[in-house]
Each structure stands twice: as structure tokens, then as C-alpha cells.
Design a protein around this ligand. Structure first.
Ligand code: GLU
Length: 291
């Protein structure tokens, strides 16, 4: 198994988090109840992915599995405990990449944990708790009969990614010679790759590792580098209503507890490393969560 993740860049995360929080004001909730009100009321609607093994997956029996599912569950239960409330009932809602900001803004979900990278344009529409994980953009290719080993090999190739995702945008910016096909979900990209309709799929290494593990022998993950550094840094956050600083603070307190009591390591072991077999660094330095 390739080592596909790198040390959490805590300093850049601290800087990023600070940037995300600049300008935060009151706790507005134009539509729907915010996360804290929903937890107190005992019913919370959370968004995640439904088709990403090891991260957010709706199983055949309707149950939810994956690291994002476990982290979101931990966070809402931890917030409930801190306030003396019962653990709420969770209703899961599928939140595809391109719909995340809208679903938060419309109040259809109270919070999203869905391989959701924090970036400045999204932070204009929503606020983020975290980050809770760092990964990088890579490629998934068929194991047999191809010669794609890095960015330079993508020129003129058909590459699949998902509408509204950061990897799709970064490929468009960096590699104008690539024929990018954008689908709604990564699982439909995986089928296109399997059928030979596209040459590669690009997104976060965490996600790609889950698909490679799901179809042993069919696919392999190619790490992407530029000038010896990872091609991108994807810092996963928990998206909530814009400027709801009270909720962001409560999420960050819960995330800190999750690292300190060993739950994060357990979730990574059970879902990624010991689950789908994807390696993921576990940060020792928690200063990036200090506000
Ligand atoms: N983390 C990236 C993003 O938020 C890619 C994964 C996804 O689309 O969920 O856009």
C-alpha cells in the first residue's frame, strides 16, 4: 500500500482557520434552526456523502458508515453532553459537492461533514468548523494498460471529476489541455473509468483510496506532486450557517475533545486504515484548533 498522505501542516491550517473566521459576527439563521437549536430540540439534520467508502457511505440496509459520519455524530453528541441535552436523533441527507453551500444556506441541513474542503470562496457563503483532516488531490487510474503517472501525463486525456469540487477547479486552472468531464458524483466517475469512457478520475486521495479498496486489483491511486510538494492541500471542515460563530466554537471544542480522548485515531483506524486500507496521518499537535 502506498503512503498517500503527508503530515498535517499545522501552521498553514492555523492561518487558514484564522482567515475563515475573519469577519464573523452574530449567530444568524435566516432559514431553519441552526445546529445548536436542533441538537437541543433532539432532532438534527446533517449532510454527508452517500457514495464514498470509508468517508460517507449509505449501506444497502440504509445505515450510514464512514469517517465523516462518525465525526459528525461525535460532534453533535459532544455538544449535547456539554449542554446537558440528550443525544439527538440524526437524520442524514445526501449533500453532493455542488449543492453543499446551497443546502446550508436554505437551512435544509444544519451542518455538513462531506469531504468538504475549506476555501475562501465557500467561506463567503458558509462558515466552517475545523479543519479536522488534511489530504491531497490525486488520480485514480485503471491498474492495467495505462501510462498515467503524474500531472504531465494528463495532457490530452479525458479526466473525470465532480461539478463544484475543488479538484475539478484546480485541474481546469492548472491543466488547460485536459479534457475534463464533470459528473455529479465520484461513484459515477468510477463507473466511467471502469468502462473506459474516461482515462482517470481526480479528487482527494482519501476518496480515491476508498474506491481502489472497493474493487481490489482494478484501480490504483497516483499521488500528484508539483515542484516536490503535494499538488493541493485539502483541509476538511464542517460547514454551517454563515457567521454562526457560536456553533463554530462549539464544533471546535468538540473536535478538540475528539482528538484528545483518542476518538479521532479510533475513527481513522476503523474507517480508513483498518477499514478501506487508506493511510491517514493523525495530528499530534492540536494548536490548529485553538481559536
Ligand atoms: N475535498 C474536495 C471538495 O471539497 C473534493 C471532494 C468533494 O468533492 O467532496 O471539493
Amino acid at each position: 500500500m502506498n503512503r498517500i498522505f503527508r503530515a498535517l501542516a499545522t501552521t498553514s491550517i492555523a492561518a487558514l482557520t484564522a482567515t475563515m473566521l475573519v469577519g464573523c459576527g452574530g449567530t444568524s439563521n435566516a432559514t431553519g434552526d441552526g445546529l445548536l437549536a436542533q441538537i437541543e430540540a433532539g432532532n438534527v439534520t446533517l449532510g454527508t456523502k452517500y457514495d464514498q467508502p470509508g468517508l460517507g457511505l449509505r449501506e444497502a440496509d440504509g445505515s450510514m458508515t464512514g469517517l465523516d459520519v462518525e465525526i459528525m455524530t461525535y460532534v453533535v453528541n459532544s455538544i449535547a453532553d456539554a449542554n446537558g441535552w440528550e443525544h439527538p436523533e440524526i437524520t442524514w441527507r445526501e449533500t453532493p459537492s455542488a449543492q453543499r453551500e446551497t443546502l446550508i444556506q436554505n437551512g435544509e441541513v444544519a451542518a455538513i461533514g462531506a469531504t468538504y474542503s475549506i476555501n475562501s470562496s465557500r467561506a463567503e457563503a458558509v462558515s466552517f468548523g475545523g479543519p479536522y483532516l488534511l489530504t491531497h488531490q490525486g488520480l485514480l487510474v485503471r491498474s492495467e494498460g495505462n501510462d498515467i503517472n503524474g500531472l504531465d501525463d494528463l495532457d490530452g486525456r479525458i479526466l473525470c471529476s465532480v461539478t463544484g469540487s475543488t479538484p475539478a477547479q484546480k485541474v481546469k486552472d492548472a491543466l488547460p489541455g485536459v479534457q475534463l468531464q464533470e459528473y455529479d458524483t465520484y461513484s459515477s466517475c468510477v463507473e466511467a473509468l471502469r468502462n473506459g469512457n474516461v482515462d482517470a478520475l481526480t479528487t482527494d486521495n482519501t476518496i480515491l483510496g476508498g474506491y481502489a479498496a472497493q474493487s481490489p486489483g482494478d484501480f490504483k491511486v497516483v499521488e500528484l506532486e508539483k515542484d516536490g510538494e503535494p499538488f493541493t492541500n485539502e483541509h476538511y471542515g464542517i460547514g454551517v450557517t454563515k457567521d454562526d460563530t457560536k456553533t463554530v466554537d462549539a464544533i471546535n471544542t468538540a473536535l478538540k475533545a475528539m482528538y484528545e480522548d483518542g476518538s479521532f485515531d479510533t475513527f481513522v483506524d476503523e474507517n480508513l486504515e483498518g477499514g478501506v486500507g487508506v493511510e491517514q496521518d493523525k495530528p499530534g499537535d492540536l494548536s490548529f484548533l485553538e481559536q
